[in-house]
Design a protein around this ligand. Structure first.
Ligand SMILES: Nc1ncnc2c1ncn2[C@@H]1O[C@H](COP(=O)(O)OP(=O)(O)OP(=O)(O)O)[C@@H](O)[C@H]1O
Length: 293
């Protein structure tokens, strides 16, 4: 078992912004990296997570000792300026990328200790992904795309769940169409059905509304929210869209590899203001650096 440098508690980190209610989970962090789920309410947790790209003077510090726990059955949005570390955190939490130091507990298991085979199995059975560009396979029908995670895992299709999901998403009559015959909003709904088909513990969504118009975005976000509220799913979403973030139970704001705000029940206006402030601060820092240079 590996010793961690985790603090005694791992609260949701960050500056609590006036007028916004903080939502620190305050989960006691384990003193050593555990192999069983000690905190059943936590779906995934980052402990003292560091990710550096490159070394020495050229190193980019993408994650700077991030501590955060994501509750089961909650919808969390991650916002922040470009380059602040949002995607890096999501890739670390979902086992898509390695970290420099620290731990990721997924269902209580330290996945930073997993080998490639274990990570592939984890992603196939416990994680669903939704991407900005849908990532559907063009030669397959909508139904075949949705069932792909089960097909790859050699599992039988759960026809009842397929029907429930596609009815809820309003695509039950589009299942025999190929992606090119569907609108962007419909393609994203197919991608969402695919993300949930294998009953994953966590669905990670990376800019799910980035390629959609305002109306399709609102529909897709409403559906994600329903899956969380009515079916107890856990969703973690990176977004630049404050309107999308307002569907979440909680929003984290990243800046320069750190969580700088942790907001419960975010509103579009509140998140727009917060992210704007972070962007201005980042620009001011860049300006000062240029002057100093
Ligand atoms: N493979 C890589 N090699 C070197 N640097 C990288 C790599 N991937 C990311 N970075 C750097 O790490 C930092 C964080 O990047 P990350 O993609 O996590 O930011 P982000 O907040 O998701 O940005 P965006 O909103 O633009 O997608 C950035 O400075 C980025 O340039």
């Amino acid at each position: 078992m590996t010793n961690t440098t985790a603090p005694a508690t791992a609260p949701a980190q960050g500056i609590q912004t006036p007028g916004m209610q903080p939502q620190g989970i305050g989960v006691p962090a384990p003193q050593t990296a555990p192999t069983a789920a000690p905190y059943p309410d936590i779906a995934v947790q980052a402990i003292d997570l560091v990710k550096d790209y490159g070394e020495g003077d050229n190193a980019v510090h993408a994650l700077r000792h991030v501590n955060v726990a994501f509750e089961r059955g909650k919808f969390t949005a991650i916002m922040g300026p470009s380059g602040s570390g949002k995607s890096t955190l999501m890739h670390a939490l979902s086992g898509l990328d390695t970290v420099t130091s620290g731990h990721v507990l997924f269902g209580g298991q330290d996945i930073t200790q997993f080998n490639d085979k274990e990570l592939t199995l984890l992603r196939r059975t416990n994680i669903g992904f939704v991407f900005q560009s849908f990532n559907l396979l063009p030669m397959f029908t909508a139904e075949q795309n949705i069932l792909m995670p089960l097909t790859l895992a050699g599992k039988k299709p759960d026809t009842q769940w397929l029907q429930t999901l596609t009815t809820q998403l309003g695509i039950a009559d589009r299942l025999q169409h190929r992606p090119s015959e569907l609108s962007g909003g419909q393609q994203q709904r197919v991608a969402i059905a695919r993300a949930f088909i294998a009953h994953p513990r966590v669905v990670f969504a990376d800019e799910p509304t980035g390629a959609l118009d305002t109306i399709s975005s609102a529909e897709v976000m409403g559906m994600l929210r329903r899956f969380v509220k009515e079916m107890g799913q856990t969703v973690i979403m990176v977004t630049h869209d404050a309107a999308a973030a307002s569907y979440a139970d909680r929003a984290l704001v990243f800046a320069d590899g750190r969580i700088v705000a942790d907001v419960a029940n975010p509103t579009e206006e509140g998140m727009t203001e917060l992210v704007m402030r972070q962007r201005q601060q980042a620009t001011a820092v860049l300006g000062n650096t240029a002057v100093a240079d």
